[in-house]
Design a protein around this ligand. Structure first.
Ligand code: FMN
Length: 219
């Protein structure tokens, strides 16, 4: 099983709840599937560029114009996206680790998504056939922490909607969400005990997904 892990958190693990969820998740997964082929990408080490006009032309112009020939700048604009798409297309499972920032995904994660979900790289698109995946990812596991107490489907949550929408567009509807909420005292007026219980429950969910849902995926 090939797993691609994309992490968008600048903090060290000891200060980051979402990274602690990732440590628990991968600890369990590797214990159960020592053969797992894991590619780790820390977006703060491999920063995605913001989406550019050149990348737009290189990836979207061919969709409607067979005669389009990219220039050098347009080819170069695709370097990051092409490298990331190669890892994406080899994966069976995608794991995303991130904090909630301003009710949504960190900008660096959004920039990565904008690069990778480009036509001709991870999906094809045509008027006749619509969107067709070029990847083989079966599920996305989202590991997230928020300061305040709320989860998916709360009207303040734009994060899980963003992930479901973007990856649903390329044919991935199995999105497993592990969410440790109430992690910041400024937003969470509850007790420290509640904060710890939320982390413990999220770690348990992460380990269950590794064990019960992912382990049989390619059996
Ligand atoms: C720039 C920034 C924006 C944040 N925005 C939110 C927010 O919109 N909602 C929320 O519940 N917590 C918010 N937080 C709090 C974090 O989500 C919380 O501290 C969480 O534990 C971060 O995950 P981490 O521990 O893995 O870094 C924000 C924190 C920062 C630094």
């Amino acid at each position: 099983m090939n797993v691609l892990h994309i992490c968008a958190n600048p903090k060290p693990t000891e200060e980051s709840v979402s990274k602690q969820l990732a440590a628990a998740f991968f600890g369990k997964l590797i214990e159960l599937r020592p053969d797992v082929d894991l590619v780790n990408t820390d977006l703060y080490d491999e920063k995605p560029p913001f989406y550019s006009y050149e990348l737009y032309k290189r990836t979207w112009y061919p969709v409607l114009d067979e005669t389009y020939t990219p220039g050098k700048a347009e080819e170069m604009a695709m370097n990051y996206a092409a490298k990331q798409a190669e890892a994406f297309n080899e994966a069976d499972v995608l794991v995303l680790t991130m904090p909630m920032w301003n009710y949504s995904v960190p900008a660096i994660m959004k920039a990565w998504i904008d690069q990778v979900l480009s036509p001709g790289l991870t999906f094809s698109v045509s008027v006749e056939e619509g969107v067709k995946p070029l990847h083989k990812i079966k599920s996305v596991v989202l590991l997230v922490a928020s300061g305040a107490v709320y989860k998916e489907d709360d009207e303040r949550d734009a994060l899980s909607r963003q992930i479901r929408g973007a990856f649903g567009f390329v044919g991935i509807d199995d999105i497993e969400i592990v969410w440790a909420d109430g992690q910041n005292k400024i937003f969470n007026m509850d007790s420290d005990q509640r904060k710890e219980m939320a982390v413990e429950a999220a770690i348990e969910t992460a380990e269950d997904i590794a064990e019960l849902e992912l382990t049989p995926v390619t059996e």
